[in-house]
Write a protein that binds this ligand. Structure first.
Ligand code: GTP
Ligand code: MG
Length: 471
């Protein structure tokens, strides 16, 4: 994606959101940025001071005024990219944006690629890769918790923990390698039991960090909630109640919803993303079948699966799912259309027990299961479901504690854990130190990759391709 040969180019891009705005900002980075902007802004002094704002008119190559602008200069070493950087603020019109960008490229700048400014901050050593990722999560954060956590990551909160792990592991490796070097003389630099206890300490730190990912991914992405059930049970009606708008089509016709309809709301500082799905049934209709497959797939990946039954109590819906495929450990069963239900309390209890039995047959404990008797049509008892959602969002976390938010970190750290465990069991079984060292070195590489001390094109692609232009 990025090409090191092109890192010498001076790059430019609109840094603000596209479209009309009060102002927009173009960012220029690289050693030509000052020379370039002076060609367009004749009012600039010969020596520009860093972090100073200059006011005047920007002209085109024929000396026609383009706009009234503010120019801010950040000298190398004191800018986001660590390169000479200029920011031009102008009236937020896409026409002016494209005029200025055209002039800049005409005079020798290159349009930046996605995330290239952040990439330069990384490659120039201003931030590590974990901090670079936090720039993206900060921009994309959809709740205050997510933005606070991303900001702490940008400040290096998480990096410190990785650096500490790297240090400790490097220490163990150094001692292990010294043992290898002095093996012939029968000198042991660090005893097996000391190595074991140090390694166990590192493993427990890694595990603590891995455990934070569940919370971190919820803080960053919110809760995903799938609404599944047979056709016509009231999934779309409920969806509309949850998001307080007429989002999904509701009709008495069975099979109304085909595609997945999604919408999110904020609850207690967390995003709840609801997915209304096609009614699950056996069907010969090709279109309906595609919808059913999508619904079944969606149910596997969400945090909370909501099963909706109506007053007909057709429990065969549960036969369509393989519960062991579910990521979710939270299941809601909603008995909808309670306004049409003729059961008394003991009849309802019987239904609840039937559901419990089905879940327990599928090895799901009743702790993971909640049920409510509701009416989407009459909006009855919905407050209990909202209370349930809110209870899920009482997550125990402090923004100062290191919390994993990125899948990339989770995957690399999981791999670290595997190699450390392998190393530990080799030490315990008195294996040759060379084999142990090999496992520990591989564990160390994973941590270095998180920090960007080791990287390749795939890593760069994975981190920076999700950025938008100008970041
Ligand atoms: N009496 C009553 N009717 C309801 C209730 N909830 C939904 N309905 C009605 O049931 C019918 C089907 O509702 P939908 O929300 O479209 O059901 P669905 O599960 O999305 O249906 P499909 O998209 O076809 O799978 C509509 O006529 C709704 O007005 C309820 O609580 N009580
Ligand atoms: Mg529907």
């Amino acid at each position: 994606m990025f090409n090191l040969d092109r890192d010498q180019d001076t790059i430019c891009s609109v840094a603000t959101a596209s479209g009309l705005g009060g102002i927009s900002v173009i960012r220029i980075s690289g050693n030509q940025s000052v020379g370039l902007i002076k060609k367009l802004c004749k009012f600039l002094p010969s020596k520009m001071e860093s972090h100073q704002v200059y006011y005047g008119f920007l002209h085109d190559e024929n000396h026609n005024k383009v706009d009234e602008v503010l120019v801010t200069f950040f000298e190398h070493g004191r800018s986001f990219t660590f390169e000479d950087t200029v920011e031009v603020s102008y009236h937020g019109s896409p026409i002016i944006s494209s005029q200025i960008l055209k002039l800049l490229t005409f005079f020798g700048a290159r349009m930046s690629q996605r995330g290239e400014f952040t990439y330069r901050a990384f490659i120039n050593g201003r931030i590590d890769l974990s901090q670079a990722e936090s720039v993206l999560s900060l921009i994309e954060s959809q709740s205050q918790n997510a933005s606070r956590l991303s900001l702490r990551q940008l400040e290096g909160n998480l990096s410190k923990v990785y650096l500490n792990l790297e240090d400790k592991l490097t220490d163990v490796l150094a001692n292990l390698e010294a043992n290898i070097d002095y093996a012939a003389e029968d000198i042991i630099i660090m005893s097996g039991s000391k190595l074991i206890s140090q390694l166990q300490d590192i493993i427990s730190r890694v595990k603590i960090l891995l455990d934070t990912y569940k919370t971190g991914s919820i803080i960053s992405d919110g809760f995903q909630v799938a609404l599944v059930g047979q056709p016509n049970v009231g999934k779309s009606s409920l969806m509309n109640c949850f998001v307080s708008k007429d989002k999904s089509i509701v009709t008495p016709i069975s099979g109304t919803t085909r595609d997945i309809v999604d919408e999110s709301i904020m609850l207690n500082g967390f995003k709840f993303h609801f997915f209304d799905t096609a009614g699950i049934c056996s069907t010969d209709n090709v279109v309906e079948q595609i919808g059913v497959n999508r619904a079944l797939d969606k149910a596997k990946t969400v945090n909370i699966v909501t099963f909706i039954l109506d007053h007909n109590f057709d429990f065969s819906i549960f036969d369509h799912f393989n519960f062991s495929d579910f990521k979710s450990t939270d299941f809601l069963v909603l008995f909808n259309k309670v306004d049409l239900c003729l059961l008394n309390d003991s009849g309802k209890l019987e239904m609840e027990n039937k559901v419990k039995e089905i879940f327990s047959l599928n090895n799901i404990s009743s702790n993971s299961l909640s049920y409510y008797w509701i009416s989407a049509l009459e909006e009855k008892n919905l407050q209990n479901i909202f209370a349930y959602f809110e209870s899920k969002s009482h997550i125990n976390f402090t923004e100062n504690s290191a919390t994993l938010m990125q899948l990339r970190h989770f995957e690399l750290l999981s791999a670290t854990n595997i190699y450390l465990e392998k190393g530990l069991s080799l030490i315990k079984s008195d294996s040759s130190p060379e084999f142990i060292a090999l496992e520990l070195q591989t564990a160390l590489v994973q941590i270095k990759e998180i920090l960007g001390k080791e990287f390749n094109d795939d890593v760069m692609d994975r981190v920076f391709s999700n950025f938008c232009l100008g970041k």
